[in-house]
Design a protein around this ligand. Structure first.
Ligand code: DGL
Length: 364
């Protein structure tokens, strides 16, 4: 009885062992070779995410903070600058946009790009890239609110999330994305809403595009406005961006500031108006001075959300007085003043035609 049992066990072990060993090899998840992973290029520009006390972290040092990143992407690095966001010049913006465009054009196998930025003007850089890099591959802008020397530094987590989104096929064609605090926001819609809090980047009425969770990257919606691959803006022949200033409406505001901007060479002015287009003080005189000289004045709202509609038949948007209305007055639609400024700068690299510029404000 015992011998028969032993013989059966022996036969069973003999028969099953190669199979079970094989099955075990098959089932065990193998670490993918680096070459099989989507390649994602970090282009570091500086900001709080790298602003370590005693010396800024380089692009390579930032990548070294994410030991797990190779689960999702094969990282590559490039140091573009190492500055606060506000210190980058518009010339550097141009160079960065052209660099990303050239990189994506030349390196067809590159899955995506991550750009680190200081958070203060991050949303402006992100929207500039959204309008000027004509590619459907993911471009993710990331940063952090706490610096690497601070307890609770969230930069490494934000950066890893950015790499995950850049490597995700689902992120293709969605425009430039801003990734911080486990959330994905659209460059066009997102704004920094708090000077210090970690959840500062919000898209207000529009909400998040998606999230970066432990299991996967999830998208919930798309931006329907034109961007990236569908953009008409081509920066290759552009050497400098035209001057466009932003001025705010406040009670009793003097119009001579608008005149001063025009006299200093502004090709466009964005008015952050009260409510849905109201000016104050002598600003209408300043607007009439600007439009009389062929300087575009884009009407936006300072409220943080809402839309400025173009007037149906003639002149500028609703809200401003009829005296100030002119074909050079453009309705900013739902763009925040600082985003409208970026669109107007790019528009002016292509056209001086008011109808065409108004079209751009409805399409982008
Ligand atoms: N507040 C940071 C920014 O938006 C600047 C911090 C720094 O990198 O010096 O760029």
């Amino acid at each position: 009885m015992r011998a028969r049992l032993a013989r059966r066990l022996f036969v069973l072990t003999f028969l099953l062992s190669p199979w079970s060993a094989h099955a075990a090899v098959q089932a065990r998840p193998q670490p993918a070779a680096a070459s099989e992973m989507p390649r994602v290029r970090l282009i570091a520009t500086g900001g709080t995410i790298s602003n370590k006390v005693g010396g800024r972290l380089t692009a390579d040092e930032l990548v070294a903070l994410m030991p797990d990143v190779t689960r999702w992407a094969h990282p590559e690095t490039e140091q573009f600058a190492n500055l606060a966001s506000g210190e980058l010049t518009l010339g550097q913006w141009l160079a960065l946009s052209k660099r990303i465009a050239a990189l994506l054009d030349q390196d067809r196998d590159l899955a995506g790009v991550v750009v680190t930025s200081g958070t203060d003007t991050l949303e402006e850089l992100a929207y500039f890239l959204d309008l000027s890099v004509r590619s459907d591959r993911p471009i993710i802008v990331a940063g952090s609110m706490r610096n690497p020397s601070t307890l609770g530094y969230e930069g490494a987590a934000n950066l890893q999330d950015a790499f995950r989104v850049a490597a995700a096929p689902e992120a293709r064609g969605r425009g430039v994305l801003v990734v911080l605090n486990d959330e994905i926001n659209a460059a066009r819609e997102v704004t920094k809403t708090d000077a210090l809090r970690l959840n500062t980047f919000q898209s207000r009425a529009y909400g998040i595009l998606g999230v970066v969770d432990a299991d996967r990257v999830v998208f919930y919606r798309d931006v329907v406005k034109r961007h990236t691959a569908k953009s008409e803006f081509e920066l290759a022949p552009v050497a400098t961006l035209p001057r466009v200033d932003v001025l705010m409406v406040y009670q009793g505001a003097p119009g001579d500031l608008i005149k001063a901007a025009v006299d200093q060479g502004a090709r466009g002015i964005v008015m952050a108006t009260a409510g849905a287009g109201a000016t104050s003080g002598t600003q209408d005189e300043g607007i009439a001075y600007a439009t009389g000289k062929g300087v575009f004045v884009v009407i936006t709202t300072r409220t943080g959300s809402g839309r400025i509609a173009a007037r149906v038949r003639t002149g500028g948007p609703r809200g401003t007085s009829s005296a100030a209305r002119s074909e050079y007055q453009i309705a900013g639609e739902d763009l925040a003043p600082i985003k409208a400024r970026i669109l107007l700068m790019l528009a002016l690299t292509k056209t001086q035609d008011p109808t065409d510029i108004q079209r751009m404000f409805t399409e982008y």
